[in-house]
Design a binder for this molecule. Structure first.
Ligand code: NAD
Length: 368
């Protein structure tokens, strides 16, 4: 098979982690007799520096012409970077929101899986004396809700007032709910739908439409969870969750929480898909400007995102398994990037610290 992948390295640690994901992709695809062509495109801060805007029409066209998009991360230090002195529609994140919209990427899938090898890095206390073991996926609506509603800041009687609008229509809710139930059918058949229906109208409509969709999936158990309770349950008992269905903002926040309980934000992959399964694959974390250029970032979330790309966009299941197994094997051999090193000194002695490039090379070596 010949794969054409548009590649957005982005800002901060983006270029470092994408280089390692490409090394792993090149290795697995060569082993399994495929070829891959990358089309490098700019988005975010690096696009602002070159073109004055975070997203160009050319970037969108190149992304559309590829089979899938692999991305690192975009953005800089939001306090000190000059990108954040620009008007909001010209800042790096506007590029990300723009490409999601342009490609119709409404479904964001974020698996949060605790590798056995990293159970010591999980910040949650052991449960009934047993090590933690959870495997959930957050399905987040990505092109509606509070992040896409009308917003403005105005001065009323000398007082600055900001307004953001949360809007969801029933069609937007229905299609993401179907995605969640379809995924649940292939997993443990449970959907936890997250809302704030005790306060918000968008949430009351969300709950009604999700219940309608659930009728077509009688084998799947549906529960409604208020977002504040969900945040608490994720740190108390994440084992209870299978598929967690959320609107845009709730999903944004809960998926960071879910990533941290897997040991490090550097472990969590994500896929954003449209109605035809065209996807953009990126780690769940940001551009980590505090560690950019130091060769210490954890590339595993990006490598696992590349594995999701093989699985969802190209249906290359064996190849995706090979990448995931190589990650597992590398961790079981005791190799860790800085963020994964155990705090306990005795446990740390059993591990070998690797750089970002070192981790990429080790995972590539371990591909079978
Ligand atoms: P962040 O995820 O970049 O970093 C949070 C913390 O996690 C930092 O301490 C960082 O060093 C650490 N971290 C993140 N990824 C890591 C990795 N792979 N290995 C080791 N440590 C890692 O979040 P932030 O600092 O709030 O945001 C920084 C910039 O990233 C902002 O401009 C933000 O808007 C942007 N951002 C972009 C995306 C994206 O591109 N999709 C997502 C979130 C944030």
């Amino acid at each position: 098979m010949k794969l054409t992948v548009a590649c957005i390295a982005g800002d901060g640690i983006g270029p470092e982690i994408v280089a390692e994901a490409r090394l792993v992709l090149d290795t697995v695809l060569e082993k399994y007799g495929h070829t891959i062509e990358y089309k490098d495109i700019l988005m975010g801060g690096c696009s602002i520096d070159r073109y004055g805007v975070p997203l160009t029409d050319e970037t969108i066209e190149t992304a559309k012409s590829a089979d899938a998009v692999l991305m690192g991360s975009i953005g800089g230090n939001t306090t000190t970077s000059p990108w954040y002195k620009l008007p909001p529609n010209l800042r790096p994140e506007a590029g990300l929101l723009g490409i999601r919209k342009a490609l119709g990427l409404y479904a964001n899938l974020r698996p949060a899986y605790l590798f056995d090898e990293l159970s010591d890095s999980c910040p949650l206390a052991a449960k009934n004396g047993q090590k933690r073991k959870f495997d959930l996926i957050i399905v987040r609506e990505l092109t509606g809700g509070l992040y896409f509603g009308e917003r403005h800041t105005e001065e009323k009687d000398g007082v600055l007032t900001a307004v953001d609008t949360a809007v969801y229509n029933e069609n937007e809710i229905r299609r993401i709910a179907k995605t969640a139930f379809d995924i649940a059918m292939k997993r443990r058949k449970k959907v936890s739908s997250v809302d704030k229906a005790n306060v918000l109208d968008t949430s009351r409509l969300w709950r009604k439409v999700v219940a309608e969709v659930a009728r077509d999936y009688p084998e799947v158990e549906l529960e409604n969870v208020l977002v504040d309770n969900c945040a608490m349950q994720l740190v108390k008992d994440p084992e209870q969750f299978d598929v967690v269905l959320c609107g845009n903002m709730f999903g944004d926040i809960l998926s960071d929480e879910a990533s941290m309980i897997t040991g490090s934000i550097g472990m969590l992959a994500s896929a954003s898909l449209n109605a035809t399964n065209f996807g953009l694959y990126e780690p769940s974390h940001g551009s980590a400007p505090d560690i950019a250029g130091k060769n210490i970032a954890n590339p595993i979330a990006t490598i696992l995102s590349a594995a999701m790309m093989l699985r969802y966009s190209f249906d290359l299941q064996r190849e995706a398994d090979a990448v995931e197994n190589a990650v597992r094997k590398t961790l079981s051999q005791g190799f860790r990037t800085q963020d994964l090193m155990p705090e306990d000194a005795d446990e740390a002695l059993k591990c070998t610290l690797l750089t970002c490039t070192g981790m990429g090379e080790k995972i590539a070596e371990n591909i079978e």
